[in-house]
Design a protein. Structure first.
Length: 244
């Protein structure tokens, strides 16, 4: 059983707030009866109508995608640039990204049409571990890596504790590969963290999201999450164990 306004919103008819207005205005029926109570709950078997039009409920969809560089993490773009939805022509449901990856960042991105699931994974209190691999300028010292782990000061606050690991360093070209695991979601956070320690990012990829990885996928490809993976992600967020 789910709240009526939530069911309307998930069907893509209107936002949850607008759905509440439609209910109060008497424009919503459940099994032929006008409903004005916002606390009303309905089951999948109930017939819901909005403005006399039957509601079509979408199946819940959960997708793991390997986002390429040069693609917007959005459903549409006002500058007509490529968006992640362009790579999912076979998906008929109205899915959208859970969080985002920058235009120049590639890697693991989740998409869904389940608003509750998306909000759970993005909740500030239960942010799940996300692991990035960055190609950076220069070779960071152990002290610099410790600073990343301890937290660096950005214009919007000090970052939470993280995990940093130097994967390789090329003294000739003065470039390094560093793995960084964070559980926050500040805008362009990884890039800004490396800039803060004096090592600008040249290339960035999200390799892992919690226990999920990009195994067997090429850039632009995707797969559906298994029911077990969805259940695991819910458990990680609800228990806070995604921070470990």
């Amino acid at each position: 059983m789910e709240r009526l306004q939530k069911v309307i919103a998930q069907a893509g008819v209107a936002s949850r707030r607008k759905a509440e207005e439609l209910i109060v205005e008497g424009k919503v029926k459940v099994n032929g009866k006008v409903i004005r109570e916002l606390g009303t709950k309905v089951s999948p078997n109930d017939k819901v109508e909005v403005n006399e039009i039957p509601l079509e409920r979408e199946e819940k969809v959960y997708i793991l995608m390997y986002k390429p560089r040069g693609v917007i993490s959005a459903v549409k773009d006002d500058k007509n640039r490529k968006v992640v939805i362009d790579f999912l022509p076979e998906i008929k449901e109205r899915v959208y990204p859970i969080g985002r990856l920058d235009y120049d960042t590639s890697g693991l991105l989740l998409l869904t049409n389940d608003g509750e699931f998306a909000n759970l994974l993005m909740h500030p209190r239960y942010e799940i571990n996300k692991t990035y691999v960055a190609k950076i300028k220069g070779i960071p010292t152990r002290q610099s890596l410790k600073q990343l782990e301890k937290g660096v000061k950005l214009e919007d606050g000090i970052t939470a504790p993280a995990k940093a690991k130097l994967l390789s360093a090329d003294k000739k070209t003065q470039k390094s590969i560093v793995e960084l695991t964070i559980h926050e979601g500040k805008n362009r956070q990884v890039r800004r963290m490396f800039e803060a320690i004096g090592h600008p990012v040249q290339k960035l990829k999200r390799e892992r999201y919690a226990f999920l990885n990009l195994h067997s996928l090429n850039a632009g490809e995707s797969r559906e999450l298994t029911p077990h993976e969805v259940k695991q992600l819910r458990a990680l967020a609800e228990t806070g164990t995604g921070l470990q």
